[in-house]
Design a protein around this ligand. Structure first.
Ligand SMILES: *Cc1c(COP(=O)(O)O)cnc(C)c1O
Length: 380
């Protein structure tokens, strides 16, 4: 019999999710609105703090898309976007008919490089067009250089869309990720730190902004007895069933964060005596990451030529899932002709980076299998 698969990051129910779904059925709130949606939004608002207003949506991608819509990004506009990320950060730029301008990472947080960002802004302005927005990502739950990015945003008056899809519960100088941008996007996809099966949310700065988000997310219906539309709408609201799962998940969010952080500490320990392998960690004097996924960098020059792909295949042979880190957008076939500013930081991180099983539902027996695999791979 083969061993059970160890997943990178799988859904982890807390226990009370079904009771909220039952409530929804019992009261016939089986719709993209209802008491679970409102309660889930309130829980998110009190969790992230900073007097923000949260609109629950059908996905993190929908949240990012609506942020662009609300910022007025349209055909022919340019949007600056971190290259090292999941495609969902960049796709909504295309949905709006706008043009992505990709930016390299810095080595400290793996996120958008402020130097390349400023260089890009100056060059785009020189070429005749000031970019409309900056999409910055907290990759794997590690906060980007929040103050540096905010400073550039202020200096050039370009709003920031904070892609916090991987960073619910991460903090920077004591403040929650998702609260730094003009808008902050959250995701509750099945692989994220909490899930609603599929879902997302957009964090806004005022009740007016929140009601605008909800307006666009429910087909932009004007005030009228008939169906009247003066704006193009979207069907992006979260369902009351999914929000029920979200309410249950909020009860275990703190424990999920603690367990993901413990997985990161576990890997730090696994690799402590293995030269050429670095566990990705933040400067914890400023940031407390949720470590949604733990990732490593392998330098084959210091591991007798063993690469991240060798390790990935070895894990796979033992039914342990691992994945290369996100392939940068400027190296993707779809985006390869779009402008890119920076050097090879993101490309190098991709080349040597691997994400390891990080779920909050992993057991000691899973950790034993993983640590045994690591030592036999590096000591053979
Ligand atoms: C998951 C993710 C998204 C998209 O969220 P969905 O809810 O899956 O649409 C966006 N950006 C990043 C960085 C993500 O990891």
């Amino acid at each position: 019999m083969s061993l059970q698969k160890i997943w990178l990051s799988s859904p982890h129910m807390g226990g009370s999710e079904l009771s909220y779904i039952h409530q929804a059925f019992d009261t016939n709130w089986v719709a993209p609105l209802g008491p679970n949606v409102e309660a889930f939004e309130q829980q998110l608002e009190s969790f992230i703090g900073s007097e923000k207003f949260v609109a629950a949506l059908s996905s993190g991608t929908a949240a990012l898309h609506l942020a662009l819509v609300l910022l007025g990004v349209t055909h022919g506009d340019e949007v600056l976007c971190q290259s090292l990320t999941f495609s969902a950060s960049a796709n909504p730029i295309i949905y709006q008919g706008a043009k992505p301008i990709f930016i390299d990472s810095e080595n400290e947080t793996w996120n958008i490089c402020p130097i390349a960002l400023e260089e890009a802004i100056l060059d785009r302005i020189k070429l005749g067009k000031k970019p409309k927005a900056i999409i910055a990502v907290h990759l794997y739950g590690v906060p980007y250089l929040v103050e540096r990015v905010a400073e550039i945003s202020r200096k050039y008056q370009i709003p920031v869309i904070e892609d916090s899809a991987e960073a619910l519960g991460s903090t920077y100088k004591g403040r929650h990720c998702g609260t730094f941008g003009d808008y902050g996007a959250l995701s509750f996809n099945g692989n994220k730190i909490i899930t609603t099966s599929g879902g997302g949310a957009l964090v806004a700065n005022s009740p007016k902004e929140k009601s605008d988000i909800v307006f666009y997310a429910t087909q932009s219906r004007d005030q009228a007895p008939h169906y009247q539309h003066s704006k193009i709408g979207f069907n992006y609201r979260m369902s009351n069933i999914c929000a029920g799962i979200g309410r249950g998940q909020m009860e275990v969010l703190d424990s999920h964060i603690a367990k993901r952080r413990a997985m990161n500490a576990f890997y730090k320990d696994c690799f402590k005596d293995i030269p050429g392998v670095e566990v990705f960690q933040a400067d914890e004097t400023v940031s407390v990451p949720n470590y949604w996924l733990s990732a490593i960098q392998i330098d084959p020059k210091r591991t007798d030529g063993k690469t991240r792909e060798d390790l990935r295949l070895f894990f796979e042979s033992l039914n342990i899932e691992s994945r290369p880190i996100w392939k940068p957008m400027h190296l993707q076939p779809f985006f390869e002709n779009d402008p890119f500013y920076g050097g090879t930081v993101a490309a190098d991180l991709f080349e040597n980076g691997l994400c390891l099983p990080s779920g909050s539902n992993l057991h000691d027996s899973d950790r034993d299998r993983i640590s045994t695999a690591i030592s036999s791979f590096f000591n053979s």
